[in-house]
Design a binder for this molecule. Structure first.
Ligand code: CMX
Length: 435
């Protein structure tokens, strides 16, 4: 058994009695009540999911396995001379809850390396897709195409016991994650660079290899590492995480689940917001003839957007009630590496004017920027200007978190998900009785 898998197995063995005890001895303890507004309004804030991979505090932001973003970036092993941690080590942390040693990271990198080869049929399917297919559609389809490789399906069909479900799920997760950077880079180069494909370099880590296959110079490898880590997980209730968990709860394998979660991520209120931010800023820039707007001019653009009935992309959040620390981490990167960039200045002015305007408008519960407000600018600066592609980058990162969640779902034997619905008449009856 590999170092990572062995460590994970030990953790699972230690964890299972906790879940069993909670269910057996405290299963009837109430953790919250659902209101009619929550039933109609997207189950907002209902405490009915469990995950130990990450936790989102409305005011502090995300913690991965108990570590804040600055702690995560500081504590994890890095390539000497680089600022950002190795994604391989971060995955070890997500899966086990422990900070890996250099040796552990090396072992995970080897695990990924031996699983990297993408079958030719995946590229053939991508090439057969319509020229104007969105990169997210291509990414999701490529993953679905790989589904026939599932180890979980083979083991399930061979009669595997429930306690062992996590094991082939782990194999599927690593097999898929190892291939995602190459699939994504292929989509990019095929779609936007005339099919001039760059082969992977087996000596590079996940971030380094991705930058290499994208054809973008240093420090884009650190950008990729940062990007994958920051976008990995945001507890269980967001659309992509919940979709991945939900689909997997039917014992659909990792390929089905990750393809499905990407389809949720591709919505403009979720992961697609990063492309929307760039599209919106480009519109403002065109109107300004490339000049940097004053705060007053920017306020007008923001109000015009709101008054035309659109949302300001990259602002607001269903859970967060402060500036997203994922935004802060990327902002600090920009201040260090691209402080004078023209687009960064736009983003900076937006940060100054949008929150007050959203407060004045009085609708959004959170007027502060989220992860997507800042991410596209960094990509643009390093030459990745095809903003339709940005959500694919989010998707690679998000797959780290969701596969880790699904492996643990299997390990702890979570059942098929099946909330109960009521009719509108039933809600009206309940409302009448409560008066
Ligand atoms: N601009 C304008 N209006 C906004 C807004 C924004 N950025 N954020 C919220 N609102 C509006 C909502 O549309 C809603 O209006 P209605 O009452 O007319 O329907 C009202 O404020 C209340 O919404 P909320 O409770 O504050 O926010 P939700 O939990 O419903 O939605 C989110 C959260 C992220 C979808 C929303 O803030 C939004 O649309 N933001 C812009 C898109 C975006 O950046 N999405 C990315 C989020 C991060 C991610 O998942 O990647």
């Amino acid at each position: 058994m590999s170092i990572l898998k062995n460590k994970l197995y030990e953790k699972i063995q230690g964890w299972r009695p906790r879940t069993t005890k909670l269910l057996k001895e405290h299963g009837s303890v109430k953790i919250g009540d659902v209101t009619i507004a929550q039933a109609i309004g997207g189950i907002r804030g209902v405490k009915c999911l469990t995950t130990d991979i990450s936790y989102l505090d409305p005011f502090e932001g995300i913690r991965f396995r108990g570590y804040t973003i600055p702690e995560t970036l500081e504590k994890l092993p890095k390539v000497p001379g680089f600022e950002m941690p190795l994604v391989e080590g971060f995955y070890y942390l997500l899966l086990t809850g422990d900070i890996p040693t250099d040796e552990d990271v090396k072992a995970v990198a080897e695990e990924f390396n031996k699983r990297k080869i993408v079958p030719q049929y995946v590229f053939d399917v991508l090439k057969a897709m319509p020229e104007d297919a969105h990169p997210m559609t291509m990414f999701s389809a490529a993953i679905l195409t790989l589904q026939k490789e599932s180890e979980f399906v083979k083991a399930y069909n061979a009669g595997m016991g429930k306690m062992d479900y996590w094991d082939p799920t782990y194999e599927d997760a690593l097999n898929l994650l190892a291939k995602l950077p190459q699939i994504a880079a292929f989509i990019y180069r095929y779609k936007y660079k005339g099919g001039d494909i760059i082969d992977p370099d087996p000596n590079l880590d996940m971030g380094g290899n991705f930058a290499h296959m994208m054809g973008i110079d240093k420090p884009y490898d650190d950008v990729a590492r940062m990007y994958f880590i920051l976008h990995s997980d945001h507890e269980s209730g967001n659309v992509s995480a919940h979709t991945g968990h939900l689909v997997a709860s039917a014992l659909s394998d990792i390929y089905y689940s990750i393809s499905a979660m990407l389809n949720g991520l591709a919505g403009p209120l979720h992961g697609l917001a990063n492309q929307e931010v760039l599209r919106w800023i480009q519109g403002v820039r065109d109107k300004m003839g490339g000049e940097i707007p004053t705060e007053e001019q920017m306020k007008k653009f923001v109000w015009d957007t709101l008054n035309s009935g659109q949302v300001i992309p990259g602002y607001g959040h269903a859970v967060l009630r402060k500036t997203d620390p994922r935004y802060q981490a990327q902002r600090e990167f920009c201040l260090k590496h691209l402080p004078d960039d023209n687009l960064f200045k736009y983003v900076d002015i937006l940060y100054k004017v949008v929150p007050d305007i959203l407060v004045e408008q009085g609708k959004a519960k959170n007027p502060w920027p989220n992860v997507d407000a800042q991410s596209g600018v960094i990509q643009w600066y390093y030459g990745l200007k095809e903003y339709d592609f940005y959500t694919v980058l989010f998707g690679i990162g998000r797959a780290l978190g969701i596969t880790a969640n699904i492996i643990w779902d299997r390990a702890l034997g979570y059942p098929i998900e099946r909330p109960k619905s009521l009719t509108t008449t039933m809600l009206e009856d309940i409302a009448a009785k409560s008066e």
